[in-house]
Design a protein. Structure first.
Length: 161
């Protein structure tokens, strides 16, 4: 099995969506990190970290979240988290979520990346990958207030031999 050491540099536009209640400003969400956690026979597990910013003067409780990650427009991984956290007024938190992808999605993505590198750049990884992260935050004590989000950006791959 070919192992690639990939470090990720994430660039993206944080999203702002309307909160389900009257707030002065909406939450801002950005993908801040992706970490490989485990490789199994038929799936690979990643830890995503979402940066959530609360620009309001009242605390907001996150009860749970779900997300789906697309790479270059193709479904790549999905997951949920039931870790409750509270974003302080005018504060930010990092929300971890475990996502799962099938071995077939990983293999297909790696082959596509390597083919593009060889064809377009003589093997040098120059072109960043586009990502899209969609999901919902469930807010409040009971999680019944739903806050949808969409985050888009680029992942720059740095391969070390």
């Amino acid at each position: 099995m070919l192992l690639l050491c990939i470090s990720l540099l994430l660039t993206g536009c944080p999203t702002t969506q309307s909160l389900p209640w009257n707030s002065k400003e909406d939450l801002q969400i950005a993908l801040s990190d992706i970490e490989l956690q485990e490789i199994k026979a038929l799936e690979t597990i990643f830890l995503l970290k979402l940066r959530v910013v609360n620009p309001n003067d009242t605390a907001i409780k996150i009860r749970s979240l779900k997300c789906e990650l697309k790479i270059n427009g193709e479904p790549f991984a999905s997951g949920i988290s039931d870790e409750s956290q509270t974003i302080p007024p005018f504060g930010t938190i990092s929300v971890p979520v475990i996502v799962y992808t099938s071995k077939f999605a990983i293999v297909g993505s790696v082959i596509e990346i390597l083919q593009k590198d060889v064809q377009q750049y003589g093997g040098r990884p120059e072109e960043p990958l586009n990502y899209e992260l969609n999901g919902q935050l469930h807010l409040g004590e009971d999680g019944k207030e739903v806050f949808p989000y969409q985050v888009m950006g680029k992942i720059v791959l740095n391969r070390e031999g």
